[in-house]
Design a protein around this ligand. Structure first.
Ligand code: SF4
Ligand code: MSK
Length: 650
């Protein structure tokens, strides 16, 4: 196996890496070889929170008692916890600023100020209205929607009390948060306060920093991210199961290819509509293209895949590689996870890189700013940029053949209907099958790709191990795409990959063993699903009682750490891979990995090896089953080489 072949388990990715090398085009995979991470920063032992530093206080092997303090006296524990907290604050800020944008659009839509947008899911609007304390009565949809928009918007600037959607959590969970003083007061307030606490000379007690970080993360999961998911569903429709395709093979040689990349579904929704405009289609034919092929990348892809079945080009580490095919006529980006190197890769080919958010510009890209008041015109302009660029393609075109079928769109509401039926929507069948042992437990497998590990391998292997052991997986973000490319997102995957118990349930209901629940902000759907399972009864009275665990083995973004911390603070055992950001302090790490379980009833774990991570998660699930009195003797099944060969031969 050449070095390139070790970079990914995905053949399309390897194919494009070889092409990039032949074309002399540098990618993140090359840079990962050339530049190793700073070991002091990686373990969280570098503080640059004031200009007397950076102060480096790395662990000293063989001298565990060595004094480790910064110039100001900040201890290694304080520095470690502060760095962790700052990442959580940044991740929360990212999800929540996305949510603010959606809320503003929602409010403008409710007021009828933005032509082209409408309330698509009234039922979900009413549910949200009840949860936000908005009166419904005989009021019009417009009146209710305006109040919902205003209430949601005020959650960002709320100064005291409790964020409203925290009340969706099980009652016991709410009480745990109150007792610890970590119920978020307002979304922006928690981010600002955490940044303040981590400034030089402020909060210098590591436990206090970790719990403040939990309050901030909860403001993400039960605040910003949840608002975002809810309002996006009301505006664009709550996802229902839809067929889709994934991987770079979805790009088309004879059509104009427009790739949408980033996180906010607003512009992609408009593009998905106006692309059918006959004038635009005519323009494409006029340049010799057979049509216009819209595809997605990263979480923007998840959004339009779930609601429209628009094909997905790939996940985070494939963004440059889509351009390397030589057929991407334009890539349009908004916010988050867009690598600056896209501009350089685009130069190797003919691709036009278009930025659209006032918050995110990239040197070398064309900036066409999105304005919801002129959304259809802007969407058309962007599509026409791609159409016009079709003729500039260079001869070095090569599209990998790989695409995989997927069935996606498992919102919390949809799972409810699929399990319980239209008239008695409920999680009861899921609970019953967990209790009778056919389903061993539930896992949320989320997060990114990371160029420091073999692309897609940890995500895919972990999910495969879990379903083989009858653990149903709820997936989002780039890990959902790792599962999709590996063929795990179809109902047929149940018989092929899942254990007999899980497979029998999936086949009875027609569900895949791995449920695609959406983009990064949609991890809030996992919180809602977990809460629904608790409320349906028989599995304890808190999320921490459930036979459930979470993981992000290929995480790279600060957003993932915020997600992990709100999972943990919601009572979930959560395992991360790649690297652990507080490994420079055994004390801080021990607190997160062990002592947190005594207070928030959830805890962190670190295990980069996916098979070992699955083992940790399954052990935790079995521990919870035992505590609930529903444990049956069950053997863990390893997805061993013999089984792999069996599949390859099939
Ligand atoms: Fe060093 Fe303290 Fe300044 Fe951090 S805050 S850089 S530890 S002096
Ligand atoms: S896109 S945050 S790489 S999941 Fe949401 Fe993927 Fe992680 Fe970005």
């Amino acid at each position: 196996m050449s070095d390139i072949e070790k970079k990914s388990i995905d053949p399309a990715t390897i194919h494009m890496l070889k092409k990039a090398q032949a074309d002399g085009c540098e990618t993140i995979f090359d840079r990962a070889d050339a530049m190793k991470p700073c070991p002091i920063g990686a373990e969280g032992s570098c503080c640059k929170n004031c200009v007397m530093g950076p102060c480096r206080v790395p662990k000293k092997k063989g001298d565990e008692k060595a004094k480790r303090v910064g110039l100001c006296g900040a201890t290694a524990e304080t520095i470690s916890a502060r760095n962790f907290a700052r990442m959580v604050a940044a991740g929360t800020a990212a999800h929540s600023d996305h949510a603010r944008g959606v809320t503003e659009l929602f409010l403008s839509t409710a007021k009828g100020k933005v032509p082209g947008f409408e309330i698509k899911d009234e039922q979900k609007l009413y549910q949200l209205a009840m949860d936000l304390g908005v009166e419904i009565g005989n009021r019009s949809v417009k009146e209710v929607a305006i109040d919902v928009g205003q209430k949601a918007l005020s959650e960002f600037g709320r100064q005291d009390g409790e964020i409203l959607l925290a009340k969706r959590a099980p009652l016991k969970r709410q009480q745990i948060w109150r007792n610890l003083g970590i119920t978020p007061r307002g979304i922006d307030r928690e981010v600002v306060e955490l940044l303040h606490r981590t400034c030089m000379g402020v909060d210098q007690e590591y436990q206090d920093l970790l719990y403040s970080a939990a309050r901030c993360a909860l403001a993400d999961g039960w605040g910003g991210s949840m608002i975002s998911t809810e309002l996006q569903d009301v505006l664009f429709g709550t996802p229902v199961p839809v067929y889709g395709k994934i991987n770079l093979g979805v790009l088309k040689k004879d059509e104009v290819n427009l790739v949408i990349h980033g996180h906010e579904p607003v512009l992609p929704e408009v593009i998905a509509t106006v692309i059918h405009d006959p004038q635009i289609q005519k323009a494409a034919q006029a340049v010799g293209a057979k049509g216009i092929n819209l595809t997605g990348m990263c979480c923007s892809a998840n959004e339009v895949l779930m609601r429209h079945g628009i094909p997905v080009g790939g996940n985070f580490l494939q963004q440059e590689l889509a351009i390397v095919t030589g057929v991407v006529d334009a890539m349009v980006v908004d916010v988050q996870c867009e690598m600056q190197s896209l501009a350089q890769v685009a130069k190797c080919y003919h691709t036009k890189l278009i930025t659209t958010s006032p918050r995110a510009k990239i040197e070398g890209a064309v900036h066409i700013e999105f304005d919801e008041h002129r959304a259809p015109d802007i969407a058309k302009r962007i599509i026409l940029e791609a159409v016009e660029n079709f003729k500039n393609r260079k001869p070095n075109v090569d599209i990998p053949s790989e695409t995989t079928d997927t069935v996606v769109g498992f919102s919390h509401e949809t799972i409810n209907y699929l399990l319980g039926g239209m008239f008695r929507a409920s999680y009861r069948p899921l609970n019953d099958n967990i209790i009778n042992g056919r389903i061993r437990g539930i896992a949320g497998v989320v997060g990114c790709n990371n160029a420091r590990v073999t692309h897609d391998d940890p995500n895919f292997t972990l999910i495969k191990e879990l379903i083989k052991n009858d653990v149903i997986c709820l997936v989002t973000g780039c890990s959902a795409m790792s599962a999709g490319k590996g063929g795990l997102l179809t109902p047929e995957a149940a018989r092929q990959y899942a254990g007999d118990g899980l497979a029998s349930v999936c086949e009875a209901v027609g569900l895949p063993p791995v449920l695609h629940m959406g983009a990064c902000v949609d991890n809030s759907r996992i919180l809602m699903a977990a809460t629904a399972v608790v409320k349906d009864g028989g599995l304890g009275d808190d999320i921490s009682d459930l036979p459930a665990a979470g993981a992000a083995l290929e995480w790279m973004s600060e957003k993932a750490l915020a997600i992990g911390h709100y999972f943990v603070a919601s009572g979930v055992f959560t395992v991360f891979g790649v690297t652990w950001p507080t490994s420079g302090s055994d004390v801080v790490t021990k607190h997160l990995f062990e002592e947190f379980e005594n207070s928030v009833k959830g805890k962190w774990g670190f295990e980069p090896d996916p098979v070992k991570a699955a083992k940790l998660m399954i052990e935790h699930i079995d521990k919870k089953r035992k505590a609930l009195g529903i444990d049956k003797a069950r053997d863990r099944v390893l997805f061993d080489m013999a089984k792999r060969r069996e599949l390859d031969a099939a």
